[in-house]
Design a protein around this ligand. Structure first.
Ligand SMILES: C[S@@+](CC[C@H](N)C(=O)[O-])C[C@H]1O[C@@H](n2cnc3c(N)ncnc32)[C@H](O)[C@@H]1O
Length: 333
């Protein structure tokens, strides 16, 4: 998934840095990914550690992590369910079609009419199976994750769901095909939460805490509202031009709250090693972060420069503007 702040490209660097500090053998360690998003960092460590704890404030992320992190044993017939969902007759007037497609005269075009109907059809069927106890939690979250990711691929947006495009773009006019969200199988059991980081931190403990909070004022809950709507599939009245639902406002996106919340989090963390990813353009400066963290133990910093967007070779752009720094702040508590 194309997710703001995704660590897909940085996950092996993060893994290397963690191993440099904690050691190569993590097999007895509990690793917590407290702001898990797509779950890619927890997924990277799932093969190495005794347990992954993954958490995020957003429900779509909870669903993804229930599948990618918590699911760890083979699920019988899962491909058969994917096939069935791909070949169902289309439901005509579901919630997504009614509110987020042009054909229903909603005035919104987040999906093509056909794909909107497909999302409704699949989402309703998954819920029916679950309510009838034909499928358990493992298959439920596997199918929901597959739907969230497959729907996201055909969304008619520039990148996030803060706005839709006026005309259907090429990828959005392609038919939605449900693709399986494959998870890693292993022997260990893992835990997934859907809580505010600063509440959950008081209830858990472990060895390695990985923190990747938002670093600017863009709230994930409004930028990805449609993923929550597909995941929750509840009844509400969509608001305004973009069909927004009620959304969470994270303290980490508020200039006046972030320092206090971050310090509380570090203070309350019952983990020996803490790693924080933070961007050089974030609400807290590098010095702010250092000043807070070093109060609670031995502090160090690793930096990596990386390419944010691919440079357009046809334009004579200043390539430097396409580079950004990622910081990994490290604390031994
Ligand atoms: C930078 S993203 C994490 C990206 C993730 N590491 C990845 O690679 O996909 C920040 C995440 O923090 C979550 N978030 C924001 N405020 C939160 C809070 N107070 N508690 C828990 N999660 C929060 C957002 O929903 C978002 O998924």
């Amino acid at each position: 998934m194309n997710y703001i702040g995704s660590k897909l490209k940085l996950s092996s660097w993060i893994e290397e840095e963690v191993k440099k500090v904690v050691g190569d053998d993590l097999s007895e360690k509990v690793f917590c990914d407290l702001f898990a998003g797509t779950g890619i960092v927890g997924r990277t460590f799932k093969k190495d550690v005794k347990q992954v704890i993954a958490n995020d404030l957003e429900y779509y992320s909870f669903v993804l992590n229930k599948n990618y992190i918590e699911n760890h044993e083979e699920i019988e017939d899962k491909e058969k369910y994917i096939e069935t969902l791909n070949s169902l007759p289309l439901l005509e007037n579901g919630f997504i079609y009614q509110n987020y497609c042009l054909g229903s005269e909603s005035g919104r075009q987040y999906f093509s009419d056909e794909n909107g109907k497909k999302i409704d059809t699949m989402r309703v069927q998954i819920e029916e199976w679950y309510q009838a106890k034909e499928i358990g939690d493992d298959l439920y979250y596997f199918l929901l994750s597959s739907l969230i990711e497959s729907a996201d691929k055909v969304a008619n947006t520039a990148s996030v769901y803060g706005a839709f495009l006026k005309h259907l773009k090429k990828s959005a006019s392609k038919e939605l095909i449900l693709k399986p969200a494959h998870f890693l199988k292993n022997e260990n059991t893992h835990q997934v939460f859907n809580k505010d980081s600063n509440e959950l931190i008081k209830e858990i403990s472990g060895d390695i805490l990985y923190l990747d909070p938002p670093y600017n004022q863009r709230q994930y809950s409004s930028n990805y509202h449609l993923l929550n709507t597909i995941a929750q599939y509840d009844d509400f009245t969509p608001k305004g031009k973009t069909g927004l639902r009620e959304y969470n406002r994270s303290d980490y996106c508020k200039k006046n709250e972030v320092h206090k919340s971050f310090e509380e989090l570090i203070k309350n963390a019952q983990f020996k090693y803490i790693f924080l990813s933070y961007n050089n353009e974030g609400l807290m400066s590098v010095d702010d972060v250092q000043n807070i963290m070093q109060k609670y133990g031995e502090y160090s910093l690793q930096t990596k420069e990386y390419q944010r967007f691919k440079a357009d070779k046809t334009e004579n752009r200043n390539h430097k503007a396409d580079k950004t720094f990622e910081y990994l702040h490290i604390l031994r508590k």
